[in-house]
Design a protein around this ligand. Structure first.
Ligand code: FAD
Length: 400
């Protein structure tokens, strides 16, 4: 049965359909489009056709899912050549899911030197490492990475593709999903497989009031970004990871952005997504200089420094440090909120922290509702005291 119909009378032979196809399933013969078997019935060509000459029978779309296999994880690397913690967390979760679906777990890495990650990938239970090696992929670029990944996905047809909720993952995943005409759930905190074999993508919504369970039953691959720090690996038995190297034809990609300069974040206190401890300051800090009290406390605890939007709007900290709805979502082992009232938009970014300590001089501040430990008082007295006590007892604490 024909699943896609092209009316040659209406077709103006403009060729837009060929360019729009994310999986390269349309070729022009004497200007007229011909559709190949790799067509996923995404409908991109029909949506773009100016003459309305293309009709897609989407009721057949489900049958295109049959050939989709494998769980892919887009992995990222730290500056010092290690796998990022969120990549490791997602790989272990993918391994767990694979026990239900019977799929292979594949790590996908773009750029040079990915083979060095093999040891870490084996520990996380990855069956395969797909390396997209191309000089143009050495530095992250949205358009080039999208093209490379979309081509690889179209060729290998994975069932599930997962990304870390990092700045790269949050930039890349929506674009790849849009090109493949599939769904994407952002910022998942848990994953599951339902009775029909769909990926259940679980994420807090309405300010954390409810957990939404989202499925993508009619499109493949199923895609999600995963909040860093929420999925803890279960200690996988190491596997042998097979490496396959792919080159990508990126010559035709129109690159509209260019990296002019890379400015390294100098402060060691800015790595919020990866930190086990975050000491955050709000409007109650009173000035940029006063954040030194929080840096001292973070230093003793080996943590990072966060900020509320009010503190960022005041110019006391850069947006890089902002926690909340329009900043970073974090879930460290310990979050210490100093001079932060606890507005809903701030809570959305930190309420999944394992332990929360709040310091505020207003006993009625809403932050105390989510805190495990609340200290009512002046932060300028309390924070230096805690820092001093921790310093004095550092030897005792670290020996425990
Ligand atoms: C669309 C939208 C998105 C937003 N996104 C974010 C976001 O991502 N992150 C975010 O944080 N906010 C966000 N906000 C803003 C949010 O609504 C609040 O305005 C903001 O979080 C308040 O910051 P704050 O708690 O630092 O300041 P305030 O609400 O002014 O609270 C300051 C607190 O400090 C206490 N305090 C003052 N001095 C001391 C002292 N010496 N010792 C102890 N306590 C003291 C006070 O009692 C008070 O509770 C957003 C708002 C909107 C509308």
């Amino acid at each position: 049965m024909k699943r896609i119909d092209i009316d040659s009378e209406l077709c103006s032979r403009c060729g837009l359909c060929e360019k729009s196809c994310p999986v390269g399933a349309i070729t022009l013969h004497d200007g007229l489009p011909a559709v190949e078997a790799s067509c996923t019935l995404c409908g991109a060509c029909a949506d773009l056709c100016p003459e309305g000459a293309i009709a897609v029978d989407r009721s057949q779309a489900e049958t295109t899912q049959a050939g989709h296999k494998g769980i892919w994880v887009f992995v990222e690397r730290e500056e010092h050549d290690e796998l990022t913690s969120v990549s490791a967390e997602i790989l272990c979760e993918a391994r767990r899911l694979s026990r239900r679906t019977g799929d292979d777990v594949t790590a996908v890495f773009c750029g040079a030197g990915g083979a060095e990650l093999r040891g870490s990938l084996e520990c996380c239970g990855a069956d395969n490492l797909f390396l997209l090696e191309n000089a143009q992929l050495e530095v992250y670029n949205t358009e080039l990475y999208t093209e490379a990944l979309v081509n690889l996905i179209a060729r290998h047809r994975p069932q599930i593709v997962l990304f870390g909720g990092t700045s790269t993952g949050r930039d890349l995943a929506p674009r790849v999903a849009a090109r493949l005409r599939t769904g994407l759930t952002a910022d998942c905190t848990a994953l599951d497989i339902d009775a029909e074999g769909n990926l259940v993508q679980i994420r807090p919504t309405y300010g954390g009031e409810i957990l939404a369970h989202i499925i993508c039953p009619h499109r493949r691959p199923q895609m999600a970004t995963i909040r860093p720090g929420v999925m803890k690996g279960t200690g996988e038995a190491p596997r042998k990871t097979r490496i396959q190297v792919f080159d990508s034809d990126l010559i035709s990609v129109r690159v509209r952005t260019r990296i002019l300069e890379e400015i390294k974040e100098l402060s060691r206190f800015s790595r919020l997504s990866e930190a086990d401890v975050i000491v955050s300051g709000g409007k109650g800090m009173g000035s940029a200089e006063n954040f030194k009290f929080l840096e001292e406390l973070a230093d003793v605890l080996g943590g990072a420094v966060g900020a509320s939007r009010s503190a960022v709007d005041e110019g006391w900290m850069t947006h890089h440090h902002q926690v909340g709805q329009t900043g970073k979502t974090v879930s460290p082992k310990l979050y210490i909120a100093c001079g932060i009232s606890g507005a809903l938009q701030h809570l959305m970014g930190m309420q999944d922290s394992k332990r929360i300590i709040a310091i505020n001089r207003d006993a009625g501040a809403p932050i105390f509702k989510v805190a495990d430990l609340g200290i009512v008082g002046d932060l300028f007295e309390i924070v230096p005291k805690i820092t001093g006590l921790l310093r004095e007892n550092k030897g005792v604490l670290s020996s425990r």
